[in-house]
Design a protein. Structure first.
Length: 202
């Protein structure tokens, strides 16, 4: 497991996975007010990539994120999971490109992007697939952008939890949700993303 904290206003990274390589990456994007992030991944034969991208914004933060996953080798597998929390007037535009090359038969790709909005926060998540072979295991995606419901806030308020704390608890649960079903070291993961959660409390 690798945890990468991004605080720069501009960040670029290209990662190549060798044949049979398995990587588990967690990317944490903090609040540099305005951020442009470009990440690209290249998977050789049999490579497996688990890619988690978490971001949180407040005030007038603006994020633009481009993610590219290129399946170059046969039987490669990728999971790209995004969680974004946008509060106040912060915004995020996230574009994902998953490409399965002609040489990458029987590869499997999953792209999932979810954003939780508070107040005037906004988000756009755009997944794109480019599949150049007919023989694939799967190529799936899912996107949701939503606001916390009044019913959820009422439920928490009925248990004596004020609005600010209710929003914080909801945001933390949302950011942590991709890891609850994982085996291995979930406590280590939750500890690693704690600073990002605490930033939402400030």
């Amino acid at each position: 497991m690798e945890i990468i904290k991004i605080r720069q206003k501009k960040f670029q990274k290209k990662i190549r996975l060798a044949e049979g390589e398995n990587r588990f990456l967690i990317w944490l994007l903090y609040r540099p007010e305005t951020a442009l992030c470009d990440l690209s991944f290249e998977l050789a034969e049999g490579a497996k990539l688990n890619n988690f991208f978490l971001l949180a914004g407040k005030n007038k933060d603006k994020f633009r994120v481009n993610l590219a996953v290129n399946h170059c080798g046969r039987g490669s597998c990728s999971r790209t999971i995004i969680r974004a929390v946008l509060n106040d007037a912060s915004s995020a535009e996230i574009t994902g490109l998953v490409k399965i090359a002609r040489s990458a038969e029987f590869s499997d790709a999953w792209f999932e992007g979810r954003a939780l909005l508070f107040r005037d926060g906004s988000a756009k998540i755009k997944p794109n697939f480019e599949i150049l072979t007919k023989e694939i295991q799967g190529a799936r995606h899912g996107v949701t952008v939503s606001k916390i419901s009044g019913e959820e806030l009422f439920y928490l308020a009925s248990r004596g939890i004020d609005l600010k704390k209710s929003e914080f608890l909801k945001a933390v649960s949302f950011l942590q949700s991709p890891f609850f079903c994982l085996t291995g070291a979930p406590e280590q993961i939750l500890k690693a993303i704690k600073p990002l959660c605490l930033m939402l409390k400030k």
